[in-house]
Design a binder for this molecule. Sequence first.
Ligand code: DGL
Length: 264
Amino acid sequence: MDPASPVLLFDSGVGGLSVLAELRKLLPDMPVIYAADSAGLPYGTKTEAEIAARVSGLLGVLSERYRPRLATIACNTASTIALGMVREVLRIPIVGTVPAIKPAAEMTKTGVIGLLGTAATIRQRYVDNLESEFAAGKRLIRFPAPGLVEAAEAKLRGDPVDYNEIGHAVAGLRGQPGGEDIDTVVLACTHFPLLNDELQEVLGPDVKLIDGAAGIARRIATLVEGQPMARQAPDLAVFTSEPDSRPSFAKVLSHYGLERVERL
Ligand code: DGL
C-alpha cells in the first residue's frame, strides 16, 4: 500500500465535510481527496436513475484519476440509491452512509423519532427496511428538507443562514401526527450536521440530534487499520463545476484541511 494513497470522500456538495471532520479526529495523517459533484447538486430532487448514473460514473472517473485506497459515499441520497451499483463496479472498499435510525431508536424515550433527509432519500425502500428492522414499535416521522441543503451550502460560503428553512423543516416534523412528541431527530443528509446549532436552537434543548458521521469515520478507520499513511502533498478538494473562488470559501476548505482546489 502506497502511504500517499488517499481516502476519497464523495458528496454532491459540501455535506461530506461533516464526515471529513470526524475522519480527521481519528486519522489525522490520512491523505484525503474530497470530491463534490457541484455540477449535479442537488441530488435530492433528482430521479433514482439520474443519481445512480452520476454517482457510479463519477466514482469510476475519480478512482481512475486519484487511485484511492478506499472510497466513501459521504451522502445519504447517493448511498441509499447507488451504493450497491458502485460496489459492483469498483475494486476498492466502498463505505456508504446509512441514516442513523438504529441509534435513534435506542435513544428515544418517547418512541417518536423525526427524520430529515432529501426527498430522494426519504422515499427509499432502504429507509423503510431500516425502520422495520430497527424502529419497529416506534414512530418514525419523515420530512424532506431540500432547503436545508441550500442553507448549509450558503453557510459554508459565508452567507447568513436562512432561518425560514430551519423553521420550515422543524414545522414539517412537528406538524405531523405525533410530531409534538419527537425527542430525537435523525439528520439523514450529510449537509444537515453543518446546521446542527441552528436546528438545535429551533427544536429546543430537549431534542437530541443524531447523524452518521462519527460511525462512518470509525468504519473507515477499521478498514484501513494497519495500513501506512503519510501525506506527500496538501489534501485536495475537487469540484465538477468551477469552484467558488471567494477567499471565505478557501478559508472554510482549509479549516477542513483541504489546501488545494481543482476542477474535475
Ligand atoms: N448531502 C446529500 C445527502 O446526504 C444530499 C444533498 C443533495 O440534495 O444533493 O443526502
